[in-house]
Design a protein around this ligand. Structure first.
Ligand SMILES: Cc1cc2nc3c(=O)[nH]c(=O)nc-3n(C[C@H](O)[C@H](O)[C@H](O)COP(=O)(O)OP(=O)(O)OC[C@H]3O[C@@H](n4cnc5c(N)ncnc54)[C@H](O)[C@@H]3O)c2cc1C
Length: 648
């Protein structure tokens, strides 16, 4: 049997390797139009950034190694330009321009995706790059190595964000332009917010709800005219606005495409032609949650599909299961992961759901090096089966999203999450793991023990209710939802007579925990209509950015209280304050206490482990008349230097 595979990276190389393990006698040929096979395209951004210093570390295999180990005939710089499905032959164009015909018994299409070009005037400018393969990476890296100073990234998806981080790592000025209202479209808007703030803290200027309507030359570089009026000048542009399935060959051979424009395959990865299979970014898959056809250009599905193709060619009728789109990304020191459907997708597809947010620490709060994570769970309203999950944070995000991915795949419910027994020691987790916490909160909601209200209901749907803030007075003084009444939860029992019984009570705190305690007090005291704000002020301020504490500062404004506060002369006295292990608002409260004890012009160098502290600090300093001199990341910790102002 002669098997010809078009495309020699994730899907193609997996097919070939698995097939050889199953069939020692098959003749296996890989045709790859690029210079390399089986390279690590997921690592490309990190070589540009210097995190992976050795280029050859990305070149996982060579044609010679594949031949020696697996007896595979790998032909690079060999592009398949035509398929004759009836005659079972293909036309191959070699790099020298010569063409030849090759026959096959089974053909496997693994041509991947094609980067989408911006389609705006000037989009063929030679300083616009895409990042798809090793040659693209080399082109971009040459620019950076040649001292390019400024780059514009178009598109805030996986590749755009990874490239932005990598170029910042090389000290470049980076502007990221995103057409939608938030980066990383696999997340819902409120979940992306802290990541955007974090990118801003790391000096990436983000232009949301914006696009480039024209590119043109600007000296040696390129200028991007934004739809909202700004002009961005750069040494080069990286266009990362997505990929579409590479289907031209398949289409010309009469192979059927699906509704999303990818190659249609059955569960055995067979196309509409009985002897032609396909795998990877070029094919359409079935979505596990919605049941709809989907394009999921990820390495995991491509590799697993390759195995299924090989199985079926070798006579084992294995099946490719529907996909749930589990994915993860590093954004400087943060991580974001998702699995299953987003809320936006469920709304679009008209699928009923309930949702909860929790903000537990990545591991025990008293053990250094953790911070609150943002975890969102979407579940079926009745049975409580998982429909989707998103996790954003600094530590422990990867394992939570993977546990939730397994739970979703296994059809577990929120009641199962309550019972999961997960590994715990203080450096790794909590006795009640974030996954258990999400289960408790979601189960409380579904059982009717704790009705929720949501940030997006404010202000229209909250009018006529009493907003009850049960945080401490000092927290309330720093930030509150306008129009709310403050009764700290510890004083609630003694002050029940201050609350109306004829209005709904909408309770909130910072994360949703204290408001849940308050809700239980109020319910048992006979208040009929009480709900707790899901995700608390953290989720609320992520959504209502205007009310949030300085989350939207541009990097150049991050130390910008010079316009608001007159700089006082330094006294020369500097105090260290170590608040590592405290979560926000703990660090701000400790700083406030310290500043109260020292003189005007004295300085505090504060070390904290909750990186969110740095989001709040610029605005807090401005409000209280202090001078924020410096902020920095030291390993997993953050440090800031503040001079006490005169306006305390
Ligand atoms: C920069 C980058 C980072 C990524 N990071 C991640 C990540 O972190 N996690 C993740 O899950 N996924 C990631 N992905 C996506 C992942 O790499 C892809 O989903 C996966 O590689 C798809 O496999 P594939 O075999 O379908 O296509 P590819 O791996 O793209 O391989 C297709 C190959 O086919 C060749 N080809 C196309 N047409 C022809 C032809 N006519 N003749 C001969 N050869 C042809 C192409 O040259 C290409 O080498 C990333 C992708 C990129 C580009």
């Amino acid at each position: 049997m002669k098997v010809v595979i078009i495309g020699g990276v994730a899907g193609g190389a997996s097919t070939a390797a698995r097939l050889r393990r199953l069939d020692e006698n098959a003749e296996i040929i890989i045709l790859e139009k690029g210079d390399e096979v089986s390279y690590a395209n997921c690592g490309l951004p990190y070589h540009i950034g210097g995190v992976i210093p050795r280029r050859d570390a990305l070149l996982v295999q060579t044609p010679e190694k594949l031949h020696a180990a697996l007896n595979i005939d790998v032909r690079v710089r060999s592009e398949v330009v035509a398929i004759d499905a009836a005659a079972k032959s293909i036309t191959v164009r070699r790099h020298d321009g010569e063409t030849y015909a090759e026959t096959w018994d089974k053909l496997v299409l693994c041509p991947g995706g094609v980067p989408i070009r911006p389609a705006t005037p000037g989009d063929t400018h030679p300083k616009i790059f895409t990042l798809q393969n090793v040659a693209d990476m080399d082109r971009i890296k040459r620019q950076v190595d040649a001292d390019a100073r400024r780059a514009v990234i178009i598109g805030g998806g996986f590749i755009g964000v990874e490239v932005a981080e990598s170029l910042r790592g090389r000290g470049m000025h980076v502007d990221l332009v995103e057409k939608q209202g938030h980066i990383l479209p696999f997340l819902d808007v409120e979940m992306a917010h802290e990541l955007e703030a974090h990118m801003l803290r790391h000096g990436v200027r983000i232009h949301l709800n914006n696009s480039v309507h024209e590119f043109h030359s600007d000296g040696d570089g390129i200028a991007c005219e934004l739809s909202r009026g700004e002009r961005l000048r750069a040494d080069f542009v990286v266009s990362a606005i997505g990929v579409r399935p590479s289907t031209a060959l398949a289409q010309s051979a009469g192979i059927a495409l699906g509704p999303r424009g990818g190659i249609r395959v059955d569960e055995h990865m067979r196309t509409s032609h009985p002897d032609i299979y396909a795998a990877g970014d070029a094919v359409e898959v079935r979505d596990l949650v919605t049941g709809a056809a989907a394009l999921v250009p990820l390495a995991g599905p491509a590799n697993r599909q390759g195995r299924v193709v090989a199985d079926n060619i070798a006579g084992r009728p294995s099946r490719f299961a529907p996909v749930q789109g589990t994915s993860i990304i590093k954004v400087f020191d943060m991580t974001a992961g998702c699995t299953g459907a987003s809320e936006r997708r469920l709304l679009q597809d008209g699928i009923a759901y309930r949702k909860i947010y929790v903000h537990p620490s990545g591991h025990a709060g008293y053990y250094p090096g953790t911070a609150a994570m943002h975890l969102k769970l979407l579940v079926e309203p009745k049975a409580g089966k998982l429909l989707g999950a998103q996790v954003v944070g600094f530590d422990g995000v990867d394992k939570r999203i993977d546990v939730l991915a397994v739970a979703l795949r296994a059809g577990l419910t929120v009641y199962d999450l309550e019972e999961l027994e997960l590994a715990y020691a203080p450096p790794y987790g909590s006795a009640k793991d974030p996954v258990n916490m999400a289960g408790f909160v979601a189960a409380n909601l579904l059982r009717g023990d704790a009705p929720h209200w949501y940030a997006e209901q404010y202000p229209e749907q909250t009018a006529g209710s009493l907003l009850l803030d049960v945080r401490s007075e000092s927290e309330y003084a720093r930030w509150r939802i306008p129009g709310s009444l403050n009764i700290p939860h510890t004083r609630l029992r003694a002050n029940l007579d201050l609350l109306p019984r004829d209005k709904p009570l909408l309770v909130y705190c910072r994360t949703g925990f204290r408001s849940y305690l308050a809700l239980r007090i109020l319910k048992q005291a006979g208040f009929a209509s009480v709900a707790t704000l899901s995700g608390g002020a953290l989720t609320f301020s992520a959504l209502h950015e205007k009310l949030s504490l300085g989350f939207r500062l541009n990097p150049e404004e991050a130390h910008g209280n010079e316009t608001l506060v007159e700089l006082v002369e330094a006294s020369g006295r500097v105090f260290d304050l170590d608040v590592r292990g405290l979560h926000c608002p703990g660090p701000i409260e400790a700083l406030q206490g310290k500043l109260a004890d020292i003189g005007v012009g004295d300085e505090v160098v504060i070390s904290a482990s909750d990186p969110v502290f740095l989001s709040h600090l610029p605005c807090w300093c401005s409000s209280y008349g202090h001078w924020l001199l410096d902020t920095r990341h030291i390993g997993a910790d953050v440090q800031a230097r503040i001079r006490k102002g005169a306006a305390m």
